[in-house]
Design a protein around this ligand. Structure first.
Ligand SMILES: [Zn+2]
Length: 85
């Protein structure tokens, strides 16, 4: 099967492209993401840096908990810029 679209899961960061809807960052999930989890690993990133995971509604809590347990989670925000819905 061929596709003219790149697989979003192969991208280092689903955000920042603006051409295709972001897909949930959870492994194997193909749902469109509606949440943005902003996180920072103080050992790797400077204090003001924010990494972003995106999540569908079903995986938001799971991904947030993963980050929160490690003390990385900074904010969970609705993903802006979704057309319609
Ligand atoms: Zn998902």
């Amino acid at each position: 099967m061929t596709s003219s679209f790149p697989d979003p899961h192969n991208r280092p960061d689903a955000l920042g492209e603006g051409t295709t809807p972001p897909v949930c960052s959870a492994k194997g999930c193909r749902e469109p993401a509606i949440w943005a989890l902003r996180w920072n690993n103080p050992r790797l990133h400077s204090a003001g840096r924010r990494k972003t995971w995106v999540a569908c509604d079903a995986h938001r809590a799971q991904l947030a908990e993963f980050l929160d347990l490690r003390g990385f989670l900074r904010a969970t925000e609705p993903l802006a810029g979704q057309p319609g819905q």
